[in-house]
Design a protein around this ligand. Structure first.
Ligand code: NG1
Ligand code: ZN
Length: 563
């Protein structure tokens, strides 16, 4: 047995896997097969088996991160410890690939294999097998040994530091170089990973530091706001999470051109994380966080617990709550960018040098899809749920705008588009201004992953340029009434979908029943799919009238519940 495998076994004894648990890599990272909410649940009581549950997963994910780095010639891999929008007692772990993307899909199965190894010895064996399969030399004494490079960060959850220890133990066992970035938002870690791996190349993404992140965004924002009158303060609910101190630092770096009122910033009270506040609360409850008091027509926004989701909302003059979700952010961004490439003279009637497109999931409101196609005249792709699918599809465009309805998304530019934007020659002062704005926009947007802080600045810039309040933005199109229901079933794996999860293949006959129901409703649409993060099937429906959307959801849920 090599010294590395010996070290893996020794350290693994500190992070044992509970015997009766199994794991899979879901829409949000490694999760137990019975699906404990998003990512992996963890309670803070040391005696609770859930603690060991996540402890072993993080330890093993640390081993995998090192292998991933070695497999890519020593490129830096990121590990983020967070359970995003979920409760404070949950936690989870995700890997970040070298360009700041999510872990390549083919590696998800390796994560599952290591997470499920039944003993410390079997884990070491699986690790060795995997290294062999990937032709990785794991002996630090060997000439062919590539030292792994791994960086990591965590959100504000109480369980974070203990999990960082598990991760650290794994990295030490395999002789990896490691850097602990402590508290960060998920997108900040993605930014850091990309900066490290592109440093000194023509694709350099920015300074490798949290400070560098603020400077890059602040400079881009201030460039875009030059000569543009302020539209006043935005109130930002930070979900009592890591986004609060980070937004404060960003706002300080920007200076007076960005006025924000930060609420729900109690990060020293861990139980308050995502509780009665945050993007998920606002989106699912369709109401203001109780602690927020929004004046009529005042812009409000909410982040989630790791600041990768953003939704906007406001109270109308008559007091009704209006949500501006990921679909509204996507349409706003796509229309602004579409106009800019035209104003810069890059796209004209004769040529489309930068093809702009939008990527959504089946949960996008039908009205948003029609608006993009019919009003903005842009192509739309629908993908399965999970940002990795959206991100991948967005790369098919020169400029791909992707958002989930829940507010997770960003804009990605192809290398060809970046080159056009950098080299295009403006033929008038107006074109020159548009081009400069486009160039600044590329820096303002965190292209690695959906980033609530970057998206917040993006929306603020667009609204200021358009001189729009939330009501004008909301008026671009009217959402169809919709309903999302969670249905508990005995075995969610029997639900198999096709067509970007919009139709069921199995159980056989169910789709036909759904179709028959949908046909009875004006502008009716409904689909059912197994959740990737919870042990349930989700049913979504929309229709022309609220009552009809509700009824359709109820009836489809009744069909699903029979399985
Ligand atoms: P699942 O549980 O697979 O529906 C949920 C969200 C996704 C995504 C993931 C990961 C809905 C309907 N689903 O996935 O959009 O955010 O969690 O966090 O919002
Ligand atoms: Zn999140």
């Amino acid at each position: 047995m090599s010294s590395t495998t010996q070290a893996i076994i020794e350290a693994s004894k500190q992070h044992p896997k509970p015997a009766d648990k199994s794991f899979g890599y879901g829409t949000a990272g490694v999760i137990p097969d019975e699906g404990v909410r998003n990512s992996v649940a963890l309670t803070t009581s040391p005696s609770n088996e859930n603690r060991n549950l996540l402890d072993s997963v993080v330890y093993r994910v640390g081993l995998l991160a090192a292998l991933r780095s070695q497999n890519l010639g020593g490129k830096t891999i990121g590990v983020m410890i967070t359970a995003s929008h979920n409760g404070p007692e949950d936690n989870g772990v995700k890997l970040v690939d070298p360009m700041g993307e999510m872990l390549e899909a083919s590696w998800e199965v390796y994560a599952t294999t290591l997470a499920n190894a039944d003993s410390d010895e079997v884990l070491a064996e699986e690790y060795t097998n995997l290294a062999q399969k990937l032709s990785i030399d794991i002996d630090p004494e060997s000439a062919a040994f590539v030292r792994p490079n791994v960086v990591f960060a965590r959100d504000t959850r109480e369980s974070g530091p203990a999990l960082v220890q598990a991760l650290s133990d794994a990295l030490e066992a395999v002789g990896a170089n490691k850097t602990d970035y402590n508290l960060m938002t998920t997108p900040q870690l993605h930014y850091i990973v990309r900066c490290i791996n592109t440093e000194g190349t023509p694709q350099a993404y920015g300074e490798v530091s949290e400070e560098g992140y603020y400077k890059k965004l602040a400079a881009a924002y201030n460039k875009l706001m030059r000569g543009v009158p302020s539209i006043g303060e935005v109130t930002v609910d930070c979900a009592n999470g890591v986004g609060a101190p980070k937004l404060r630092a960003l706002a300080a770096e920007i200076g007076e051109s960005f006025q924000c009122n930060i609420v729900n910033d109690l990060i020293d009270e861990p139980s308050k994380l995502n509780s009665q506040c945050g993007a998920d609360y606002v989106k699912t409850q369709q109401r203001l966080p109780p602690a927020s008091h929004a004046a009529p027509l005042a812009r409000c926004a909410s982040l989630d617990g790791d600041a990768d989701r953003l939704v906007y909302y406001f109270n109308d003059s008559d007091g009704t709550f209006r949500l501006l979700d990921g679909d509204k952010i996507a349409t706003l961004a796509a229309s602004f960018i579409g106009d800019l490439v035209k104003a810069a003279g890059i796209n004209t009637k004769e040529k489309t040098d930068i093809k702009v497109g939008v990527v959504q999931t089946a949960y996008a409101n039908g009205s948003s899809t029609s608006y993009i196609t019919n009003h903005l005249g842009l192509p739309v792709i629908c993908t399965p749920t999970g940002v990795k699918h959206l991100h991948h599809a967005a790369l098919k465009f020169d400029c791909g705008v992707y958002f989930e309805a829940n507010g997770h998304g960003t804009v990605v530019f192809s290398n060809a588009a970046l080159q056009v934007i950098a080299e295009h020659e403006a033929e008038s002062p107006a074109q020159a201004t548009a081009l400069e704005n486009l160039q600044a926009l590329v820096d303002l947007i965190n292209q690695t992953v959906g980033d609530a802080l970057s998206d917040l600045l993006l929306v603020e810039v667009i609204l200021a340029h358009k001189r729009w309040g939330p009501k004008e933005w909301d008026a671009t199109y009217t959402d169809l009434p919709n309903r999302l229901v969670r249905v508990e079933v005995s075995d969610r794996t029997v639900f198999k979908t096709t067509d970007a999860e919009r139709r069921l293949l199995e159980p056989v006959g169910v789709q036909e029943k759904i179709n028959a129901l949908v046909g009875k409703y004006k502008q009716g649409r409904s689909f059912a799919r197994a959740s990737g993060t919870e042990d349930a099937v989700r049913v979504y429906s929309e229709a022309a009238e609220r009552g009809e959307a509700e009824e359709l959801a109820r009836l489809v849920a009744e069909i699903v519940a029979q399985y």
